[in-house]
Design a protein around this ligand. Structure first.
Ligand code: FEO
Length: 170
C-alpha cells in the first residue's frame, strides 16, 4: 500500500517523464528543421525512452494498489535552437530529472517505504547513463565548434541510435 505522499510524488514523476518526452519530441522537430536527420533520430529515440520511463512509474503505482492521477503536461519551450543549445538544454534537463529521482528516494526513505526505495534504484543508475550519453554528445559538439564537416559526422553517428525497449525491462 502506497502512502498518499508517495503516491502523489510518483504521479508527479509520471508527469515529469512525459514532459521530458514532450521536450525531446520538440527537439526532434527542431533538428529536422535544421536538416539533421541523425539528431532527429536521436531525439525521437530519447522521446520513446522517456515514455517507457513514464510507463515504469505507471505500472509501479498500479502494482502497489495505488491510483494513477494524470495531470496536464506543460508545453516544451524549444525555439530556434542550435544543435549545441539543444544538447545544453538536454543535459540541464537530465540533471533536473536526476534531482527529482534523488528527492523521491529521500522521500521513500523518510517514509520507510522500502519497496519504492528499491524500485527507484533502477532510475538512479539510469540517470547516470542518461547524463553521460547527453554529455558525450555535448562534448563532441563543443569540439567541432559549429564546423559543418564535424556536425555532419556527429549527425551520422546519432543516426545509428536505436532505443531497445527490451533492454529497458530489467
Ligand atoms: Fe526519464 Fe531522461 O530521464
Amino acid at each position: 500500500m502506497l502512502s498518499d505522499t508517495i503516491q502523489a510524488a510518483l504521479n508527479v514523476q509520471i508527469n515529469e517523464e512525459i514532459h521530458s518526452a514532450y521536450i525531446y519530441l520538440a527537439m526532434a522537430a527542431e533538428s529536422d528543421r535544421l536538416g539533421l536527420p541523425g539528431f532527429t533520430n536521436w531525439f525521437k529515440q530519447q522521446y520513446s525512452e522517456e515514455l517507457a520511463h513514464a510507463d515504469r512509474f505507471f505500472n509501479y503505482i498500479l502494482e502497489r494498489g495505488g491510483e494513477v492521477k494524470l495531470t496536464a503536461i506543460e508545453g516544451p519551450k524549444i525555439n530556434n535552437e542550435t544543435p549545441l543549445e539543444l544538447f545544453e538544454k538536454s543535459l540541464a534537463h537530465e540533471q533536473h530529472i536526476t534531482s527529482c529521482i534523488f528527492k523521491l528516494k529521500d522521500l521513500s526513505r523518510a517514509e520507510s517505504d522500502h519497496a519504492t526505495d528499491n524500485f527507484l534504484e533502477w532510475f538512479v543508475a539510469e540517470q547516470v547513463e542518461e547524463e553521460a550519453a547527453t554529455r558525450g554528445v555535448l562534448d563532441q559538439l563543443k569540439l567541432v565548434d559549429g564546423n559543418p564537416s564535424g556536425l555532419f559526422l556527429i549527425d551520422r553517428e546519432l543516426g545509428g541510435r536505436k532505443f531497445d525497449s527490451t533492454s529497458d525491462e530489467d
